[in-house]
Design a protein around this ligand. Structure first.
Ligand code: SAH
Length: 375
């Protein structure tokens, strides 16, 4: 695993696994359990310096400080939608902009996390695709999104679900994704249940197989079409992995023994929203333990694509439901702040709020925990 040394040679503490930290600490001549102590300080209590880790000997803290740095994302602004959806604009230390979206829904609070700066998949309907891929996010940058947002939540509020549905194709950044997921799932770190973590993919077949062998997280596949030609027209990845190959792989994934796979289906007017599509989709998914999530297209001025009428979406859903397919419609959230599906990457922070200072919880150190650089 890359350790992302800085110019001064120090390693990115938050991109290392606990095992890796333990062997580094052993190399410093300290006891192994110091690694777990520091790890918990960072991931559970939000520590951003070694100096504040009061139960660790001063000399060990100093040695750690020479070996590692603890990165945080700078916050460029927070945008709040009328519907309660909140978008966080972050800046990486090399100056790239990334985004996360927090979506309250009943007793759920879902965080949509980015995995790359831009995206290489070039799906024709998606705005993030216009950016191309700038770079992969590091494990620390993927895991800092929930860590830093958690630190700013009001008392009694917690993130319940994580979806890897922000900017980027998570499985294209495989090793860093897996390292970050381990941080999400570890009881010594962020402590999310694997039932509450979902990775969404365009369908990178070998990586899907590898992921489900490694970790028991939920998988969502963006299908978006019902014939090879149709999918090829909007998702170039189909040239590499045909829809037939993708669906066959989905049928045989090890995860299928205990989980349902979700198929996301972006509905675009007069493209893939006909009843013939519903009928074909039903046949394609035949016999699989699945959930279908219909996403009515979120329009934007740079595309000719239209959202189908509510009636059309309802008829499509009804067709599947009547035939026993579990099928929901994803309600559009955060459209007024460009936080909806497919809209990430064009952020304008002029209407940013002081969300962090308003919601800020006083952390264990009494100094406001990890805040927002601009808040
Ligand atoms: N690369 C991954 C993760 C991104 S998730 C993936 O493709 O699954 C983003 C989801 O939003 C995908 O299901 C994508 O198909 C969908 N999407 C992209 N642009 C959209 C738009 N304009 N309206 C609605 N959904 C869109």
């Amino acid at each position: 695993m890359p350790r992302y040394p800085r110019a001064d040679g120090r390693l990115d503490f938050k991109s290392l696994t606990l095992d890796e930290i333990e062997s580094e600490i052993a190399g410093l001549g300290s006891e192994k359990f110091r690694a777990l102590q520091a790890y918990k300080w960072v991931w559970q209590r939000g520590a951003t310096t070694f100096a504040e880790m009061k139960n660790i000997l001063t000399s060990v803290r100093a040695a750690m400080d020479e070996r590692f740095y603890i990165p945080v994302l700078a916050c460029d602004g927070v945008l709040e939608s009328a519907d309660g959806t909140t978008k966080f604009l972050w800046r990486t230390d090399d100056g790239y902009a990334i985004e996360s979206v927090l979506i309250p829904d009943g007793d759920r609070l879902t965080l949509c996390v980015s995995s790359q700066v831009g995206c290489a998949m070039a799906c024709t309907f998606c705005l993030t695709g216009d950016l191309g891929l700038k770079r992969h996010l590091r494990p620390s940058e993927i895991a800092n999104q929930p860590l830093q947002i958690r630190a700013g939540l009001a008392p009694g509020t917690r993130i319940t679900n994580i979806v890897m549905m922000g900017m980027g194709e998570p499985l294209h950044n495989f090793d860093n994704l897996v390292a970050a997921l381990r941080t999400y799932l570890s009881a010594d770190a962020l402590g999310f249940s694997h039932r509450r973590v979902t990775v969404s993919t365009v369908g990178l077949v070998p990586a899907m197989q590898k992921l489900t062998e490694l970790l028991p997280v939920n998988l969502a596949v963006s299908l978006n079409a019902t014939t090879e030609e149709q999918r090829l027209a909007v998702m170039p990845i189909t040239r590499k992995h045909s829809m037939a190959e993708l669906l066959e792989a989905c049928r045989t994934l090890p995860i299928m023994h205990h989980k349902r796979i979700t198929f996301e289906y972006v509905m675009m007017a007069d493209f893939n929203d006909a009843m013939e599509d519903a009928a074909r989709l039903f046949l394609l998914l035949g016999g699989m333990k699945t959930k279908v999530n219909l996403i009515p297209y979120n329009e934007n001025p740079s595309r000719d694509i239209k959202r189908p009428s509510d009636q059309r979406v309802y008829d499509f859903q009804t067709f599947l439901v009547e035939r026993g397919v579990q099928c929901s419609v994803r309600h559009t959230r955060g459209i007024d702040i460009s936080a909806a599906c497919g809209q990430l990457g064009k952020a304008d922070s002029r209407s940013a709020t002081d969300w962090f200072s308003r919601n800020r919880v006083i952390g264990p150190r009494g100094d406001g925990a990890i805040g927002c650089a601009s808040g």
